[in-house]
Design a protein around this ligand. Sequence first.
Ligand SMILES: *Cc1c(COP(=O)(O)O)cnc(C)c1O
Length: 391
Amino acid sequence: MPQSYKMRSSFMPFSQPLIGDEEIAEVVDSLKSGWLTTGPKVARFEEAFAAFVGAEAALAVNSCTDALLIALAALGVGPGDEVVTTAITFVSTVHCIERLGARPVLVDVEPDTLNIDPVKLEAALTPKTKAIVPVHLYGHPVELDTIRAIAAARGIPIVEDAAHGASALYRGRMIGASPSIAAFSFYPTKNMTTGEGGMLVGPKAFVDRARPWSLHGMSRDAYARYTATGSWFYDVVVPGFKSNMTDLQAALGLHQLRKLPSFQERRRALAASLDRAFAGMPEIQRPTERPEVHASLHVYVIRLVLDRLTIGRDEFINQLKARNIGSSVHFIPIHLHSYYRDKYGYAPGDFPVALAEYSRLISLPMHLRLSDDDLQDVISAVTDVVDTHKR
Ligand SMILES: *Cc1c(COP(=O)(O)O)cnc(C)c1O
């Protein structure tokens, strides 16, 4: 490191949630009320979230993973079926398909957004295709109109992995807006958090069909049974999971959702500062935002222009860490993980765009706990690594 570079004194984590006094007071209120599991706050959170994205109905669960699993189970996905998804995503997208005994069919990504490539998606469909699971990667919406047209022509349902997509817009409408079936994540790194949590949104008839899958397949939830108007009787209609959201989580979610628009304003300002800082740096490729979308900016992913640098991505990350800046990679392509590689016999080059782009991805810190000075530290560190290692 050159003498002129002034390193920050403490390590900056890649991501940190922002929890305010309102969230804390609401959780305490739940603890004092005696209603800890799925209850009135979950019902309110479902209503508020459905209204926010413009969905007919919502089902709150304990993760986006389970929201995806429940959606696919409710669509009847099982052994002998194929479900088409993208090669670059978090592994849980693909695990959901695998756990239902169906075959995940991976599709390569578009070079600019790194979202599933609609042309290759269409080529991957077979008579066995039971569903399509596109992922709004980094919060940049997929090409929904094209994918919907391809799916509708064959009567195949779409389940959107919107883990990154809360408050993203596609052609002026929120991701999750009717008639989408979409699964959101409230994991602590995501745009809003409930600690752990997720939300499935969709047409009311679909969400009604999905709901029993979230709680043992029981036809009514605890809130309906244990209140004054409730009854002890329930029927079990499907072999459901244990995926219900608790009121403690919903207590967080109600306030995080209310704050989400202001969170997004801040994210947009942070991303704009990073964009400006890297605009004159040919060694760094900045994230794409197509004109027809408004990305939710879940993560800020740069791509290294490798032939302009003397170091690769892994060493770049080490160099950032040596400057007290945490970073991450979203994501290791699915076909490189040993489980999927070995089970389905994938070679690294089977998804050439995913492979090539993966080797140059770095997600920089861009979270709501960053001050302007913190962001400047990120910019200075990246600039210094580039200056030290450019060709
Ligand atoms: C985080 C994430 C998930 C899973 O969300 P959880 O709420 O942690 O289950 C699914 N898909 C993608 C793309 C994710 O990033």
